[in-house]
Design a protein around this ligand. Structure first.
Ligand SMILES: Cc1cc2nc3c(=O)[nH]c(=O)nc-3n(C[C@H](O)[C@H](O)[C@H](O)COP(=O)(O)OP(=O)(O)OC[C@H]3O[C@@H](n4cnc5c(N)ncnc54)[C@H](O)[C@@H]3O)c2cc1C
Length: 432
């Protein structure tokens, strides 16, 4: 699809951006605010969604990769719940050959140096394919850019070169949305840290060589009650006192496993601290801020693949002597689906564009995440309905898209948490 070309720029750029300006200016602005808004308005005039030639190439290259290297293995992964090692290795190698491995990292450290919008286009195309497989189209966590000293050669560079894979561990059985409620602690013992506790739901931990782990390292008393200080550690697989166990079986994304991490008096030196001691939230905010766009863009990609199936089925399948797409009950569903997919696409790319422009994007990213993930749920459900009974059968990937869609409203911050972010962003400036 190419909805971002030519005519769209002229028709759609104003409504998206004006909305955010208008909502942000509900109080009488002072002179400096007026200047900021004027500068922003200037940027708005420059905003366009027409893809450059290079961006077109990114889209077509990744689309072809997903169709040729990912689709053929999807049925096997669905059937077995496993990605064969040779398939994983082949995807990694081909991604490297294409120059896309770690494309989210700056060229200075060996990445492709893609900006947020370019990277969103990559993720959107990857979203069409099985997550278990596209995991090996390696995109290490950007937070590794906080590596310093010998961490650069031990973690950052091998991750970018595709020699070592990472996984990120924040969630715990008793601390999901409430990250600061974490119980996993690191205590000082001599010059070392000793970690105890459990992390769960850790994606990609089965293939990870090392883990980026968020741990409580103290408590501050604040007027609003005790507040945990968080520190980030780099933990190698095989470190004594650290075990990776099988996790839960999920209905979504077969083969993309989540695991449990157990820390039992796991001793780490200071050299394993990523960023500053007690600075876990700072690097979390700096580097993990944009990962929700990834969820949103992948939802858009998957929705488009699903939609194509719905459209073709509606044109093919006959009942009562005619194509079902000729019944208004079906054709209007098709119309609603594409409208919602396009809306999610534009919202998502606009939030990525804001990041590239250095504009505030917290609320916009949350809106994109909540809308795109809920849109995908509706689109997959409607597609299944259009397929009738066959939609539930594994002869078509529709039932898989429907199952896979469910997790998107939960991970990387639930829909409720996204709505909290959006409403707080709007209400807090009004002291509400
Ligand atoms: C398959 C899978 C893979 C994952 N991968 C990773 C990973 O790699 N690394 C990692 O660290 N985490 C990972 N997660 C964890 C994921 O980020 C959490 O599941 C998510 O943050 C929600 O936490 P929770 O499941 O504990 O739900 P809870 O936080 O217990 O929430 C339960 C319900 O209460 C609601 N709720 C909670 N607080 C509020 C509030 N303040 N206002 C309104 N409603 C609220 C929630 O929206 C939800 O509906 C993964 C999860 C899954 C399912």
């Amino acid at each position: 699809m190419s909805p971002h070309k030519g005519g769209f720029a002229a028709t759609c750029r104003r409504p998206i951006m004006q909305l955010s300006l208008e909502t942000g200016s509900s109080c009488a602005p002072d002179a400096s605010t007026v200047a900021v808004l004027a500068k922003r308005r200037q940027k708005v005039e420059e905003m366009h969604f027409g893809l450059t030639e290079e961006q077109d190439l990114i889209v077509s290259t990744v689309r072809a990769f997903v169709e040729n290297e990912i689709y053929p293995h999807e049925d096997e992964v669905e059937r077995t719940g496993e990605v064969p090692d040779d398939v994983a290795e082949a995807i990694k190698e081909k991604t490297k050959e294409l120059g896309f491995y770690a494309c989210n990292f700056p060229e200075g450290v060996g990445g492709a140096g893609l900006g947020h919008l370019d990277f969103a286009l990559v993720e959107r195309e990857l979203g069409r394919g099985s997550m278990a497989l596209t995991h090996f189209f390696g995109r290490p966590q950007n937070i590794l850019m906080a590596c310093k000293d010998d961490q650069i050669e031990r973690y950052l560079m091998p991750a970018v070169r595709g020699e070592r894979m990472d996984a990120l561990a924040m969630s715990e059985p008793e601390a999901g949305s409430d990250v600061r409620g974490m119980k996993c602690t690191a205590k000082r013992d001599g010059g070392d840290w000793v970690i105890n506790g459990t992390k769960h739901f850790i994606s990609g931990a089965d293939h990870a060589d090392f883990f980026i782990v968020f741990v409580a390292t103290g408590v501050d008393e604040t007027p609003r009650g005790p507040k945990k200080r968080i520190t980030t550690f780099l933990v190698d697989r095989g470190t004594p006192g650290f075990e990776v166990r099988d996790g839960y079986k999920s209905v979504s994304h077969r083969g993309y496993k989540n695991m449990i991490l157990e820390f039992d008096d796991c001793r780490l030196p200071d050299a394993q601290v990523l960023g500053e001691v007690d600075g876990g939230f700072a690097i979390m905010n700096e580097w993990l801020y944009a990962t929700r766009i990834t969820v949103a863009t992948m939802c858009v990609g998957r929705a488009r693949r699903c939609f194509d199936l719905a459209l073709n089925y509606a044109a093919d399948r006959k009942q009562f002597g005619q194509q079902i797409g000729k019944f208004q009950g079906v054709s209007f569903q098709i119309a609603d689906m594409i409208t919602e997919i396009d809306a999610a696409d534009y919202l998502t790319l606009a939030s990525a564009w804001r990041l590239d422009e250095g504009l505030p994007a917290n609320r916009e990213i949350a809106s994109a995440k909540v809308y795109a993930s809920e849109m995908l749920a509706r689109v997959t459900d409607t597609t299944l309905q259009i397929f009738g009974g066959m939609g539930l059968m594994d002869d078509f990937p529709v039932e898989r898209f429907w199952r896979d869609a469910r997790v998107e409203r939960i991970w990387d911050g639930t829909s409720e948490i996204q709505r909290h972010i959006i409403s707080r962003d709007l209400l807090r400036p009004l002291n509400a």
